[in-house]
Design a protein around this ligand. Structure first.
Ligand SMILES: Cc1cc2nc3c(=O)[nH]c(=O)nc-3n(C[C@H](O)[C@H](O)[C@H](O)COP(=O)(O)OP(=O)(O)OC[C@H]3O[C@@H](n4cnc5c(N)ncnc54)[C@H](O)[C@@H]3O)c2cc1C
Length: 289
């Protein structure tokens, strides 16, 4: 491994200034769990790592707004998020998904901002957060903006974040009236990176699906919202036939890929099963308001 510099700014502004450079070897370092894997395998060789753990503590805080939205600082560790009573109250799907996300050692080090900014499609939180209609706040040299989680990913390990731009917050709106489920299929151990991740949120009124959000990840090059499957659900009754039609649409729509966890064809078959299963389970979780 080549020598590199490790710097620890004490403010967000200082971190952004350090990262605002043409040098692709300069990177933000939050928990380091993703970066270390890339460095060990030689995929990434840093010239300078900018540690974020010295910046203002508010960027690791978790709170709730007057309108019931949850705000999670990008520097909160996954373990802190997992055990937060506030997160449990507003969005219990997040801590539930954490139980099978890597292991305690990784969750103690990794931070929610690093998890989203890494752009690895095999991540559990992006589909969960996108199904919950979450967005992120990003701050960079040109100011700040809000990006829906479903729009954060540009491709395989690629996000829409610009040079020097840092995630500072994840915002999850109130989930009143919605029921959500995340199902992960692993082809190795239960807490491995998924071969397929499917997250579903449903809002059902008088036995009819008023609204839905369907996300697939891991089996596709990037997090994908299944809009034609959602269209099959809108206004339909909560019957097995409806869920099967949505699963057919999901398979037609999702561009599954081959990788070490299975062929594209295998993942399309999994998708059909998991979309139906997730819809059924979301319904039984109380989407019957
Ligand atoms: C053994 C192992 C098993 C794992 N299993 C799973 C699993 O089952 N499911 C799963 O979802 N994940 C899994 N992971 C991945 C893990 O969740 C990620 O490595 C982790 O969430 C990344 O967060 P981090 O804080 O460590 O990011 P870092 O490694 O510090 O950073 C990752 C990337 O994000 C950038 N970055 C960091 N913070 C910010 C920020 N605030 N704003 C902008 N850019 C930023 C960095 O520059 C870097 O490019 C596993 C990892 C390991 C090591």
């Amino acid at each position: 491994m080549r020598d590199f510099e490790l710097v620890r700014p004490s403010s967000l502004a200082e971190a952004i200034a350090l990262l605002d450079t043409e040098d692709g070897g300069v990177r933000a370092f939050s928990g380091g769990t993703g970066l270390m894997l890339m460095m060990k395998t030689g995929v990434f060789t840093p010239t300078s790592l900018v540690r974020l753990d010295g910046i203002e503590p508010e960027h690791a805080a978790i709170g709730i707004d007057d309108d019931g939205s949850l705000r999670i600082g990008a520097l909160a560790t996954l373990s802190t998020v997992e055990h937060s009573p506030i997160v449990q109250k507003v969005a219990p799907l997040i801590p539930e998904a954490m139980k099978r996300l890597a292991n305690v050692r990784v969750r103690n080090a990794a931070r929610i901002g690093g998890n989203l900014a890494h752009g690895d499609p095999h991540m559990d939180l992006p589909p969960v957060l996108a199904a919950l209609h979450a967005s992120v706040r990003a701050v960079g040299p040109d100011g700040e903006r809000t990006i829906a989680v479903e729009d954060l990913f540009a491709g395989y390990y690629e996000t829409v974040l610009g040079r020097g731009e840092l995630l500072t917050q994840v915002i999850v709106p109130s989930q009143a009236g919605w029921a959500s489920v995340y199902h992960k299929c692993t082809t190795r151990s239960a807490d491995d990176w998924p071969a397929l991740g499917v997250a579903v949120s449903l809002r059902v009124v008088d036995g009819v699906i008023a609204d839905s959000r369907l996300m697939v990840s891991a089996a596709t090059e990037k997090l994908t919202r299944l809009v034609t499957a959602e269209a099959q659900l809108k206004g339909a009754e909560t019957k097995a036939e409806t869920f099967a039609r949505a699963a057919d649409a999901a398979v037609a729509e999702a561009e599954t890929i081959d990788d070490a966890r299975g062929s594209a064809e295998y993942k399309s078959s999994l998708l059909h099963v998991y979309v139906r299963r997730a819809l059924r389970d979301a319904l039984s979780r109380g989407a019957l308001q």
